[in-house]
Design a protein around this ligand. Sequence first.
Ligand SMILES: Cc1cc2nc3c(=O)[nH]c(=O)nc-3n(C[C@H](O)[C@H](O)[C@H](O)COP(=O)(O)OP(=O)(O)OC[C@H]3O[C@@H](n4cnc5c(N)ncnc54)[C@H](O)[C@@H]3O)c2cc1C
Length: 424
Amino acid sequence: MRALIIGAGTGGLCLAHGLKKAGVDVALFERDRTPRSMLIGFRVGISPDGSKALHSCLPPEVFAEFVRTTARPVRRINMRTEKYGELLVADLPPAVDETRSEKSVSRIAMRTALLNGLEDVVRFDKTFTHYRHNDDGTVTAFFADGTSETGDVLVGADGAQSKVRKQRLPDAKVVDTGITSIAGKLKMTPETLALLPPDGDEAVTLLYGPKGAFVILHVMHFDNGGAEDDYIMWGFSAAHDKFPDLRGMTQDQLKQVVLDLTPNYHPNLRELFRRANPETVFEIRIRTSEKLPPWQASNVTMIGDSVHLMTPGRGIGANTALRDAELLCRKLVEAHHGKDLVEAVSEYEREMVEYGFEAVLASREQMDGRGAIHKPVIGRVVLACFRTFLRVTNALPPLKRRMMARDMADRDHVDSAHEVVHAR
Ligand SMILES: Cc1cc2nc3c(=O)[nH]c(=O)nc-3n(C[C@H](O)[C@H](O)[C@H](O)COP(=O)(O)OP(=O)(O)OC[C@H]3O[C@@H](n4cnc5c(N)ncnc54)[C@H](O)[C@@H]3O)c2cc1C
């Protein structure tokens, strides 16, 4: 069997490794001109689901290299007000082992690590344009440079703006969530670490401000000889109507917008905003997929953001892409060993649509401009209730443990999926 994959992102690279490891002839095509071009270097949290998928698909030495590029793991969830007042602080349970632990990684470092061992598989500067089904059951992918490649199966792993999806499922909708985020990074030094809120080091900190505004802080210590210099990353999100028109703004101006919107936030938090390196500041309007009606499987399928784009809320987009890669890999390997290919794709799609769109909904709950918290008067009441709920939970350890266990369970599915598959 020959598999063609479009897109050398999180899902595409994981799938390519899994197929290559299983002896499938695989080729991956990426539009970026070089491995490091075009990628915004934001931090991605890899959950136990993501770790297990990577461990299952990557050769051991590439998995070890990936682990080496990750930052110090998150030890705590730290929820506070915009003035650093404590709402809920909870320690995460220690990881069982590296194959199923939470990890923090930079997107560029992750791609670099995952490219190891795929030198003969990945081709850069290949922009996919469209595909065509052939009479002999194969599929041909066409590229902007006038070339084409033929295989038995085509996998779109080409992210939010997927061209594969546009042709395969032309009615699929990607909608605006009504939320804008501006994010930036600054160098970690003893001085900048001291600006973090209490319990902020080695934590993911979530700060809930008025008018539905929300700040996330990530602290990236690279202890393993450094994929990158240590850094602190912040992201500020709010409904679109809270922002001025951002079109055409420079990165410095975007940073100033965050400062203008947060005059009463803790001065140390504003200092973290101010100290961001302007070159790292970026803005995104958060979009998400809408649930799709069922479709007939074929030898063209999709994984990750290309089929179920979700908001960064809950940090599950990359992890769901990895889960797709692992599941589709298993199904395609079964087809490689004789199972009907379209049946294998159909089994993958049935399972993926279920957990994929559940994840889309869960992530949208966290970032939805239609939510009451963004409304002028009721928003204040909702914020007060939410903060009270967090403070009460914080004061009652059994309740807090249950909340954390539920959250952790949401990030640790693949074992049960395996069991279901084997039971069948
Ligand atoms: C600020 C931010 C923070 C995030 N944090 C987290 C987090 O903590 N945890 C988490 O799980 N997720 C997180 N996500 C989401 C996560 O980054 C994505 O869900 C994930 O990268 C999706 O993987 P993918 O393989 O589907 O697509 P991508 O990783 O986006 O890869 C798609 C690839 O396809 C290529 N491509 C596109 N079009 C073409 C074409 N026509 N031809 C050839 N190649 C093409 C692109 O260049 C790209 O390399 C975050 C997202 C953002 C924006």
